[in-house]
Design a protein around this ligand. Structure first.
Ligand code: CTP
Length: 407
């Protein structure tokens, strides 16, 4: 089966909630609705009040074969349109077109129409297809809102370049309906619960090693890669315990999170959870050294140099590697030089099944960004992946984990 056919097949029988906002691209929502219905999906439509100016509820009701929802209450009979029930009904909520205004409201949690309250209560994957003028799309506020939404797990179908309603030409034109339908098909195919019944640990983020009550030693890890992996594994049905150092990230849906600070605390949490687990993904940036003595009171400065004696921390990955048996263990290596050789030596030393190598020399890879460029290395070879979003990298790692469990 071609991959497009596979995507279409995964739409059959799925429940798709289509949100339409007030953009000239709303006419394309009619085509999207048709494509989804033709692929066998059940479609319900929620519109913002302004969207009705761009496409009629009658058109959408006819195409979706369901009444259109706009208001919180039916003005005729006072019946309540439950946003919670809609969110629970859907396997996927796609907002296409999504205006700059709606994206901003989603990012800040504004709940002044049914489309937005449904977003806030939806537990299913949410997809947005932005549509707006090129300058609005490029504006720092819109870009920030899109990043915020992406960090919270919203999937974005990027707009295309082309002629815009304003007469200008540039990026902002909503993706074509067939592109959005294929994206939804791919997303719903991914969501098959291939890791049902597996218990997996993910470590993520930076540890904090106290020097005194005020200062600490840490590193630049944002935790984004580990959180993306935890979310992806949970979406595939695994029971995930995310052992997290300090990050500013929201817990991915369906993940149990254990917050720790120091390498020692992470070691305790990881080693005790590993007994009951089927495997672990070691994504945390764990401090290798911690102050040998922690002062109870704030250290006062003197005139001369200050020396802080450091002692080694536990190597959590190596400890799990020594006792892993047939369980899965995935490691990470962040290198700045001689990357391949260092990563291969860690694969052996820590008894990983495979290791994910990041090089700080690659543009777009590293700590705070949303993209990564990695090489997956195991004992049979290496697979160099192109620059992709951390979410896509997480999906590729999850694919390998699936393969490990189906050997
Ligand atoms: N790791 C761990 N516990 C530690 C150190 C590292 O679990 N105390 C894990 C990381 O989560 C990662 C892998 O081991 O999966 C990275 O190993 P390594 O590169 O040895 O960590 P570094 O501290 O970066 O090693 P080095 O300084 O030798 O490059």
């Amino acid at each position: 089966m071609a991959s497009g056919d596979a995507a279409a097949a995964s739409l059959a029988g799925r429940r798709i909630l289509l949100g339409i906002t007030g953009s000239i691209a709303a006419y394309k929502a009619a085509m999207l609705c048709r494509l989804l219905k033709t692929a066998g999906a059940e479609v319900r439509v929620v519109m913002t009040p302004l969207a009705k100016q761009f496409i009629t509820p009658l058109t959408m009701a006819t195409l979706s074969k369901n009444p259109i929802l706009v208001e919180f209450f039916d003005p005729e009979n006072g019946a309540w349109n439950s946003h919670v029930a809609l969110g629970e009904w859907a396997d996927c909520y796609v907002i296409a077109p999504a205006t700059a205004n709606t994206l901003a409201k989603m990012a800040t949690g504004v709940a002044d129409n049914l489309l937005l309250t449904t977003y806030l209560s939806a537990r299913c994957p949410v997809v947005v297809a932005p549509a707006m003028d090129l300058d609005m799309y490029a504006h720092a506020a819109t870009q920030q809102n899109l990043r915020t939404l992406a960090d919270r797990g919203v999937r974005i179908v990027e707009p295309a370049e082309g002629e815009l309603a304003s007469g200008l030409s540039g990026k902002g034109r909503m993706a074509e309906p067939d592109t959005i339908a294929a994206f939804l098909g791919g997303l719903l195919a991914e969501k098959k619960k291939t890791l049902n019944g597996k218990r997996l640990i993910v470590t993520a983020g930076a540890t904090i090693e106290a020097i005194d009550p005020v200062r600490f030693i840490s590193n630049h890890s944002s935790g984004k890669m580990g959180y993306a992996i935890a979310g992806e594994l949970a979406a595939r049905g695994a029971e995930v315990t995310l052992i997290s150092g300090r990050t500013a990230l929201a817990t991915p849906p369906g993940v149990e999170r254990v917050d720790v600070l120091s390498a020692e605390e992470m070691y305790e949490a990881a080693t005790s959870a590993f007994d009951e687990a089927d495997g672990a993904v070691m994504c945390a940036a764990v401090a290798d050294y911690t102050p040998a003595e922690v002062s109870d009171t704030k250290l006062k400065k003197g005139d001369g140099e200050l020396f802080i004696r450091l002692r080694r921390t536990h190597d959590i990955a190596a400890e799990l590697g020594a006792r892993k048996g047939s369980r899965l263990l995935v490691g990470f290596a962040l290198e700045t030089d001689d990357e391949q050789a260092h990563a291969e030596s860690k694969l052996e030393r820590k008894n990983f099944d495979f290791i994910v190598l990041n090089s700080l020399r690659d543009a777009g890879a590293g700590f705070q960004g949303d993209t990564n460029k990695v090489t997956l290395i195991d004992r049979s070879g290496r697979e160099e992946l192109p620059l992709m979003s951390k979410r896509e990298v997480a999906a590729r790692i999850a694919d390998r984990i699936e393969t490990f469990f189906t050997r």
